[in-house]
Design a protein around this ligand. Structure first.
Ligand SMILES: [Zn+2]
Length: 269
């Protein structure tokens, strides 16, 4: 088999990016669908310009929100620079939707034609370095004896396949029974039914990776927060939602620490 050229050119940045790793917070914020870059070698994936600006290419507003929350908490922030349409870093590489053949019904020509070799290459150049970056960040915290509360930030579209969504916040989790339900209680007290658990999607190992593997499998209190993206359209809106979510996370962590302090397991270390 002939050697394939690398996807990423010498001038293109690595998929994993991070800032404020030495932040004082127990929270770690991750944004896997932050990026909208497409490596030059992949052109436009066969999509036209109108589709390249659509939500399915990346999570609109999610990085701005994640960064605003991380600043308020003094938390480390890690994110992925390339479009989720290159490969989805919140999927196992074996998942059907790892390289999505379409986004909200719009065919992605370069993905529909992707070969096994393409798949392996995107895994090796995009997915693995991102996962490795998250693992290394968490390993360094373990080595330093730091507590970690693991939070991922995503955004969802207000209209999905023609259906209008009234939901503002989705709190997603697989089997974490501490931070996620506590945060959901805090947000429901503020927003009622505009905050729901495992909506607009429910978390699964088929359709998610970051929280189940980096969070729950490591025994970390974890949560994926989904925010409706038309609530993140301006800088003022992003700041307002960051105020709301950062204070809710602090409140949830305080409730968790208080509850755990009374349990035989002792306080979270
Ligand atoms: Zn997302």
């Amino acid at each position: 088999m002939p050697d394939q050229h690398p996807i990423l050119g010498p001038g293109e940045p690595p998929p994993f990016a991070s800032e404020n790793e030495d932040g004082t917070s127990p929270f770690v914020i991750v944004c896997e669908h932050a990026g909208r870059r497409i490596p030059d070698s992949l052109g436009t994936l066969g999509l036209d310009d109108a589709h390249l600006a659509r939500h399915f290419m990346w999570d609109i507003g999610a990085l701005d929100l994640a960064r605003a929350i991380a600043r308020r908490l003094d938390a480390p922030l890690a994110w992925q620079r390339y479009s989720r349409m290159i490969c989805d870093c919140n999927r196992h590489w074996e998942a059907e939707s790892f390289i999505p053949a379409h986004g909200e019904g719009i065919p992605v020509p370069a993905n529909a034609a992707a070969t096994e070799a393409d798949r392996n290459q995107r895994r090796a150049e995009i997915w693995q370095p991102f996962q490795g970056g998250v693992e290394a960040l968490l390993d360094r915290r373990v080595a330093r004896g730091r507590q970690t509360l693991f939070v991922t930030i995503h955004s969802f579209t207000p209209v999905f396949y023609g259906e209008q969504r009234s939901l503002e916040y989705g709190i997603l989790y697989d089997r974490n029974d501490t931070l996620s339900p506590t945060l959901l209680d805090v947000l429901r007290a503020r927003h009622g039914d505009k905050a729901l658990g495992n909506e607009p999607y429910s978390m699964s190992r088929e359709n998610d990776y970051t929280v189940p593997v980096h969070g729950e499998d490591r025994g970390l209190d974890s949560v994926e927060i989904e925010v409706r993206n038309n609530l993140l359209a301006t800088a003022e809106q992003v700041e307002a939602r960051a105020d709301d979510l950062a204070s809710a996370l602090i409140e949830a962590a305080a409730m968790l620490n208080a509850a755990t302090g009374m349990s035989p397991r002792g306080a979270i270390s």
